[in-house]
Design a protein around this ligand. Structure first.
Ligand code: ZN
Length: 432
């Protein structure tokens, strides 16, 4: 069995993809509309930079090759939710390609990450078919995978990992994941598409149904049609909608109203970092979840410093060093070498004070000399500290991370190296 996914995610922007209409939640249908998102003839789309930035974060988080010169195409089709008869989307000029998302030690390849607009919403009320254009022009990112998912467990892991990645990127994931499924079974591997499945539960049910249906068809020597099917949430069945359309049938043409958009240079540096950090967080490296918030607060120069010193120092230490510097130093007068000294001090476990920052700026050598104590002396000190601070001990029993607070307080008060304190403190608290 081979499963490929096309996942649609709404980007967290204040306005729509090609106009300035609001993306705020509203109960009043057709209240956030304009000639552009209504698709009036003669209206011209204007690209929302915030959507590009957000999509760039996702492309980076999915380890994609980023296209520095993105462009758009018109996917031509007729449907009431799309009066201008084409959806603006991306193909060769897509923002990201050839990425991957790790699931349980396996890589699911990402073919493409593309930006596109959502059409209007069709609401059926009895005999009536109503259209709400508030949704028209919602910025979406479509994440297209290669057919690398081979089991139900992998499908679950993929969605779970993608959701956690999007969470760290600040993309709203309260709404259910929407996806199109491509399922094919050996030996013939005929690709059947199941469109517009919402939520992991429905994705699993639709997959199970399709596997059963196709397995039976193969057993009974019935052919499997290359087709597009819909998923019925009530009956939990997939139903044939139409023959699978080809790219040619969509008559893709280059979107002449949008020029090629350059995303190289410094403007989008932050999105790139945020994307990379989000993937580290989601893949469970030791980056603290607070880090991503701190990174999004940093300016371009600081992000450049992270790039320069990462690998040599821990990410937390670099951010902490930059923050110390911003608090106490005057950035205009600081060289990268001086900031590196601060980062080095943070890395050594020292509490970097105002005096230390000013000394470094004045060209003085700042070294931290720690007191050295025997294990016995350390143990005694830690025990006394815990006796005086019973609340911290209580806290620790509830949340083991409190140990860092305990270690830092003891180390700073007594001019000790935090690592020395940490060794004894964890031994003592674990045995307690
Ligand atoms: Zn609009």
């Amino acid at each position: 069995m081979k499963i490929g996914l096309e996942v649609h995610v709404a980007l967290p922007t204040k306005s729509k993809l090609f106009c300035s209409c609001s993306m705020a939640d509203t109960d009043a249908p057709n209240s956030q509309i304009c000639p552009i998102c209504l698709g009036f003839p003669g209206s011209k789309p204007m690209l929302n930079e915030a959507a590009v930035s957000s999509a760039l974060g996702i492309a980076n988080a999915l380890h994609c090759a980023v296209n520095n010169s993105i462009s758009f195409v018109r996917k031509v089709y007729f449907y009431p939710d799309l009066p201008k008869c084409y959806q603006i989307t991306q193909m060769d000029g897509a923002i990201g390609s050839a990425g991957h998302l790790d699931i349980d030690g396996k890589k699911v390849r990402i073919r493409r990450v593309q930006i596109e607009e959502d059409p209007a919403q069709i609401v059926r009320e009895g005999m009536l078919t109503l259209l709400d254009f508030n949704r028209s022009g919602t910025p979406l990112v479509e994440i297209v995978t290669e057919p690398d998912i081979t089991t139900e467990e992998e499908l679950r892991s993929f969605i779970a990992n993608l959701r956690s990645l999007l969470y760290y990127l600040g993309v709203d994931i309260n709404k259910e994941i929407k996806a199109d499924l491509n399922i094919s079974l050996p030996p013939k591997d005929i690709r059947v598409e199941v469109k517009n499945v919402t939520g992991i539960k429905s994705l699993i049910e639709a997959t199970r149904f399709e596997i059963e249906r196709q397995t039976d068809a193969i057993k009974n020597n019935e052919g499997i049609a290359r087709e597009t099917r819909g998923y019925n949430e009530k009956s939990k069945l997939t139903e044939s909608l139409r023959e699978k359309e080809t790219d040619e049938e969509y008559g893709y043409i280059y979107e002449p109203d949008l020029t090629t958009f350059e995303i190289s240079g410094t403007k989008f540096v932050k999105a790139t970092y945020v994307g990379r950090i989000a993937s580290e967080l989601a893949e469970g490296t030791d980056v603290n979840p607070r880090t991503i918030r701190e990174i999004t607060m940093l300016d371009r120069h600081s992000l450049g410093l992270i790039d320069k010193f990462k690998g040599k120092y821990g990410l937390r230490s670099i951010i902490h060093g930059i923050q110390r510097f911003k608090k106490y130093g005057s950035e205009e007068h600081a060289s990268d070498a001086e900031i590196e000294k601060i980062i080095g001090l943070v890395e050594s476990g020292a509490e970097v004070t105002r005096e230390m920052v000013l000394d470094i700026l004045a060209g003085k050598d700042v070294k931290v000399e720690y007191s050295r104590l025997t294990d016995g002396q350390l143990d005694k000190m830690i025990k006394e500290f815990l006796e005086k601070n019973p609340k911290l001990l209580e806290e620790y029993k509830k949340n083991s991370k409190t140990i860092n607070l305990i270690i830092n307080q003891i180390a700073q008060k007594n001019n000790l190296h935090p690592k020395d304190v940490a060794k004894r403190a964890s031994a003592l608290l674990n045995s307690a």
